[in-house]
Design a protein around this ligand. Structure first.
Ligand SMILES: Nc1nc2c(c(=O)[nH]1)N[C@H]1C(S)=C(S)[C@@H](COP(=O)(O)O)O[C@H]1N2
Ligand SMILES: [Mo]
Length: 351
């Protein structure tokens, strides 16, 4: 079932105020444009090292209402097949060694070129020392991660033991907002958003694999981020899957006679993006774009390309990303694994 369909069904079965709240809680920004920075197009300014999505513009994906938790009473329980179950308070997490890192969050349901993606700087403490403290029983292979909204998702223990998996309490230099999981969420780099539980309250060690809330609806249980890049901007126009037609006149401040700037983003599960290739003739020929080199492979790569059109008329733009051992496919039909195809943008250059 599509996520939107699920929300529509929930709305049909609920009435009045509850329905209205559900819609607000689930998709406050569904119809909004994705956020992107116009400055990226200025060819005299080098590409920034980071492009952070302001929290106010960051997509929110929650299957129910956001939960308001009292941080002074909040506890995280380490439970299940453990020889030493215990709980952590927010103070315990703040007193533990801190890590700050850039990471791009994206929903597995995001369509090619969709708006459910954002980049932030996160702060938290590594999870693995706490897993060690819990003395998990030898038969433990997975953990169920429980949110206070009864959301759950699971991951193999070996993934959760990685040193870059963090109990996160800050986003863009401020405490997490209620929508993004206040007081604490888990961040597991390389996975789609559904593996980043908000309002985390329990980590339950179990001895067999299990599916979580979205995974039972058919979404991938590994939820690894595939290699993908998209065009986000053509001259001053923000483009995305619902805004893929651009009209440019020959002259004027943003006219095409002086060249057309195309910019976008690219991301992979764990490999650095080595090249972005742009086509302005529907895929017949490809040119390399200029790009930045984020220090973390979990942060989106920013790129831009200056196109010098030779003639007026209709043109089809495409962009694909490459790592050392992969090239993004032009088309991708595996929607329950996340969309990795190329976004097609149609540009009409008028005389
Ligand atoms: N507790 C809880 N955690 C959750 C969810 C949820 O509904 N409840 N949604 C997940 C999904 S599907 C995504 S894409 C991300 C979105 O994170 P954001 O709302 O902070 O952008 O949160 C994930 N964590
Ligand atoms: Mo998601």
């Amino acid at each position: 079932m599509k996520r939107r369909t699920l929300i529509q069904r929930l709305l049909q079965t609920s009435t009045g105020l509850i329905g209205a709240n559900l819609l607000a809680g689930c998709s406050p920004r569904r119809s909004r444009d994705p956020w992107f920075d116009q400055q990226l197009l200025n060819p005299t300014v080098s590409l920034p090292e980071h492009l952070l999505t302001p929290v106010s513009e960051f997509y929110v994906q929650s299957y129910g209402l956001p939960v308001t938790l009292d941080a002074t009473k909040w506890q995280l329980a380490f439970a299940g097949a453990s020889a030493q179950p215990f709980t952590l308070s927010l103070a315990d997490i703040l007193a533990a060694p801190q890590q700050t890192f850039h990471l791009t969050l994206e929903c597995i349901g995001n369509q090619t070129g969709g708006e459910q993606i954002g980049n932030a700087i996160w702060q938290g403490t590594p999870l693995s020392p706490f897993l060690a403290k819990a003395q998990l029983r030898p038969e433990v292979t997975h953990c169920i991660l429980h949110g206070a909204d009864s959301y759950e998702t699971t991951l193999p223990l070996s993934d959760l033991q990685r040193s870059d998996v963090c109990l996160v309490h800050r986003m863009n230099q401020a405490p997490l907002t209620p929508e993004h999981g206040y007081p604490v969420r888990l961040i597991v780099p390389g996975r789609f958003g559904q593996k980043q539980p908000k309002w985390l309250v329990k980590i339950e060690a179990i001895a067999e694999p299990k599916q979580g809330y979205w995974e039972r609806q058919g979404w991938s249980n590994t939820a690894t981020i595939p290699l993908h890049g998209v065009i986000r901007q053509v001259q001053q126009d923000l483009v995305w899957h619902r805004q893929s037609q651009v009209e440019l006149s020959r002259t004027g401040a943003t006219g095409w006679a002086e060249g057309v700037l195309i910019a976008g983003i690219a991301l992979d599960q764990a490999s650095p993006i080595q090249a972005i290739r742009v086509s302005t003739d529907g895929g017949k020929t490809w040119q390399r774009a200029q790009q930045n080199q984020p220090t973390s492979p979990h942060e989106w790569t920013l790129w831009r390309y200056l196109w010098r059109p030779q003639q007026a008329g209709q043109h089809t733009l495409l962009a694909i990303a490459q790592t050392a051992d992969q090239t993004q496919p032009l088309r991708d039909d595996q929607k329950m694994d996340g969309s990795a195809g190329a976004l097609k943008i149609h540009v009409n250059l008028t005389a």
